[in-house]
Ligand binder design. Structure first.
Ligand code: ADP
Length: 308
């Protein structure tokens, strides 16, 4: 059974902005899944709908076979949520934050205390259990939100930009813990605009841009699409037949235009040598960027722009 199925999800905000334009998404149980996209793509809106913080305009959501509209409480109990904003009482001691959350799910106080200790130790927050929330650094607050999200033992954990603004060392420690959780069977979905985060953590990725899913697939497959570049060549003469150029994938657009895919292992020099050997002369050439590639480049620019 899939952990999550979203069908034709749409969200139009009150001001008329269409943040989700009919999103279909399926996530298998046990998966570690990234919703990857640039800022403003609609990731938080999607997560907000899954976690009942935002009302959808239309479409449906099922979590482990339970419909969000018909069984909202069951869906809530199956999900642990780590939102982007710190949404708790800043004067509450760390331990209470977790114990109170267990209370919302009807867990008796004694057991709540035991679970709070377990997760606070796991997330290396036990020494800080009596500190007020407001005294924690950003990274520690984020870890506390993870502990809080886990205290009712959800089958699926959803994290919205879990490592935004978290320094590298803490980010790595969080990654390790998320991997451990996933290995223990918890399905994890996270949103991120860090390519590296999706690449190193997630088995599957959906790429979202402007409210639509642009691509879904295994991380390795999607990223290998970035390892080829396509060039469009305008030829001097006409060619009747596609030449065989070892290692290069050619396609003829018309009898004087070729498209060539170049794997990053090859060089453009190599391409031109091969063309010359076949008596093909090139007048001009341009790089044909596919949409996915453009999206990735925008994201990389964003990452660079945000780097400290
Ligand atoms: P992401 O999480 O991918 O950065 P969001 O889901 O936060 O994207 O936002 C998607 C788009 O919806 C953005 O253009 C954002 O400005 C817009 N948006 C988000 N919340 C609201 C709102 N409450 N009212 C109107 N527009 C919104």
């Amino acid at each position: 059974m899939p952990a999550l199925v979203a069908r034709q999800l749409r969200k139009t905000y009150k001001n008329g902005y269409e943040a989700l334009k009919g999103v279909d998404l399926s996530v298998e149980e046990g998966d570690f899944f990234a919703l990857l996209g640039p800022n403003g793509a609609g990731k938080s809106t999607l997560i907000g709908i899954l976690t009942s913080l935002i009302n959808k305009t239309s479409g449906s959501v099922e979590v482990f076979g339970h419909d969000l509209d018909r069984e909202p409480e069951t869906v809530k109990s199956l999900l642990g949520v780590v939102p982007q904003e710190f949404n708790f009482n800043l004067f509450l001691p760390v331990e209470e934050v977790v114990i109170n959350q267990a209370g919302y799910f009807g867990i008796p106080r004694r057991e709540a205390r035991e679970r709070a200790e377990y997760y606070l130790r796991k997330l290396e927050l036990w020494d800080r259990r009596r500190s007020e929330m407001r005294l924690l650094s950003g990274g520690l607050k984020r870890r506390l939100m993870i502990a809080r999200a886990l205290v009712h033992r959800p089958r699926m954990l959803i994290l919205d930009e879990p490592t935004a603004g978290v320094d590298i060392e803490i980010r790595r420690a969080m990654w390790d813990y998320l991997r451990e959780l996933n290995a223990g069977g918890t399905t994890i979905i996270l949103t991120t605009h860090y390519l590296e985060e999706a690449e190193s953590l997630c088995r599957n990725i959906a790429i979202i841009s402007r409210g639509s899913i642009e691509a879904v697939g295994e991380t390795a497959d999607l990223l290998s699409a970035l390892d080829t570049e396509t060039f469009v060549l305008n030829l001097k003469g006409r060619i009747a037949q596609l030449p065989e150029l070892g290692g290069f994938v050619l396609e003829s657009i018309d009898d004087s235009t070729l498209e060539v895919q170049i794997n990053r292992e090859h060089t453009i020099n190599g391409l031109f040598d091969a063309l010359s050997r076949n008596g093909i002369e090139v007048i001009s050439m341009r790089n044909k960027q596919n949409r996915l590639e453009k999206l990735f480049l925008d994201m990389v620019d964003q990452e660079r722009g945000r780097a400290p």
